[in-house]
Write a protein that binds this ligand. Structure first.
Ligand code: AHR
Length: 312
C-alpha cells in the first residue's frame, strides 16, 4: 500500500534501497546453511540491506525477531517458519504495519491474506518423488522402510511423510516399519538410525531408509557403516535436499537418490517484493520451485562440484 511505498528510500541513481528483515530458522542442516549464504548473496546483488536473525530453531525467537523488524520499520520481512502453527498474531501485526511478509521454504497454517506470497517447493510432491523412486527400484521385492522425520510440526516433516505414504500406497510389499524424528540434523539422524538398527536386531531386515533431509541421511549412513552394513546396497538410502555431501555419498555408492530443494528461495522472493513495491503488482500466492530427482546415474561428482562452485 501507500505506506509501504512511502517508506522506501529513493536513491539518487533511482534504485530502491530496501531494508529487509530475514528471520532464519537456524543452521540445522547443510541445506539451511546454503539458503542463508544464497539469501545474503541475492541481497547483496540487489543492494538490499538484509537484517539477519538466527532463531536457533525456536519459534519464540522468530516471533521476537519479527516484532523487532516491525518496530524498526523494515520495508519487508522474509520468514522461514520453523513450525506451521502459531503465527497469526505476529503476522497480523506485520499486516497492520503494512510490512509485506514473504514465507521461505516452509509454510504456515495462517490465513493466506496474512502474507504476500510464499516461495517453496511442493513438499508433498517431494515425498512422492522419493517414494516413487523406491517403488520403481524395489519392484515386487519385500521392503521394510525406516523413516527419519524432520522437525516435528514443521511443514516439510508433515508433507514429506504424507507424500511418501501416498507413493507407496497400494504397494503392499513396501512397509514403513519404524518412523521417528531426527530433527533435520546429522547428529540426531545418526542417533535415531542407531536405535533403529538395534531394535531391528542389527538391521538385516531393513531394506531402505527414507530420510526427510540429506543431513539425517548422512548421519544414518555413518550409523549403518558402524553396524557393519553397506549403505546404498544392504540398505537403500533416499532423501531430500540435494546438498553437496549427499552427492559425495552417492559418488561413493553409499546413498542412492535425493530430491532437490533449491536453496535459492530468496531470489524469487526479492523479485516478487521488488515488483510489489514498484507498482503494487501482486505476486502469485505460491511461487513454486522445482523438485528434481537425482540418482547415482546422474554424475554425482559433477553435481557435488557444481554446488561447491556456487558457494553451498
Ligand atoms: O524447510 C526445508 C528443510 O529444512 C530442508 O529440507 C532441511 O534440510 C532443512 O532443515
Amino acid at each position: 500500500g501507500a505506506g509501504v511505498l512511502a517508506s522506501l528510500t529513493i536513491m539518487t541513481s533511482g534504485a530502491l534501497a530496501q531494508t529487509i528483515g530475514f528471520s532464519q530458522i537456524g543452521s540445522e542442516s547443510g541445506w539451511r546453511a546454503a539458503e542463508t549464504t544464497l539469501t545474503r548473496q541475492q541481497a547483496e546483488e540487489r543492494g538490499i540491506d538484509l537484517k539477519f536473525a538466527d532463531a536457533q530453531q525456536k519459534q519464540e525467537n522468530q516471533i521476537k525477531a519479527l516484532r523487532s523488524f516491525i518496530a524498526q520499520g523494515v520495508d519487508a520481512i522474509l520468514l522461514a517458519p520453523v513450525v506451521a502453527t502459531g503465527w497469526d498474531s505476529v503476522l497480523e501485526e506485520a499486516k497492520e504495519a503494512e510490512i509485506p511478509v514473504v514465507l521461505l521454504d516452509r509454510m504456515v497454517d495462517s490465513s493466506k491474506d496474512l502474507y504476500l506470497t510464499a516461495v517453496g517447493s511442493d513438499l508433498v510432491h517431494e515425498g512422492e518423488v522419493a517414494g516413487q523412486w523406491l517403488v520403481d527400484t524395489v519392484g515386487d521385492e519385500q521392503c521394510n522402510v525406516v523413516e527419519l522425520q524432520g522437525t516435528t510440526g514443521s511443514s516439510p516433516a508433515i508433507d514429506r511423510k504424507t507424500g511418501f505414504e501416498n507413493a507407496i500406497k497400494g504397494h503392499d510389499n513396501i512397509k514403513i516399519t519404524r518412523s521417528q524424528t531426527g530433527d533435520f540434523t546429522r547428529t540426531k539422524g545418526k542417533e535415531v538410525m542407531e536405535s533403529f538398527l538395534k531394535a531391528e536386531g542389527g538391521g538385516g531386515d531393513i531394506c531402505a531408509l527414507y530420510a526427510h533431509n540429506d543431513d539425517m541421511a548422512v548421519g544414518a549412513i555413518q550409523a549403518i557403516k558402524e553396524a557393519g552394513l553397506k549403505p546404498g546396497e544392504d540398505i537403500l538410502v533416499v532423501s531430500i535436499d540435494a546438498v553437496p555431501d549427499i552427492f559425495k555419498a552417492m559418488a561413493a555408492g553409499e546413498a542412492n537418490a535425493t530430491v532437490e530443494l533449491t536453496p535459492n528461495m530468496a531470489g524469487p522472493a526479492f523479485d516478487a517484493l521488488a515488483a510489489y513495491m514498484k507498482d503494487g503488482t501482486m505476486p502469485e500466492k505460491f511461487i513454486q520451485t522445482e523438485s528434481k530427482l537425482y540418482t547415482q546415474a546422474d554424475d554425482p561428482q559433477g553435481e557435488y562440484d557444481r554446488r561447491k562452485d556456487l558457494g553451498y
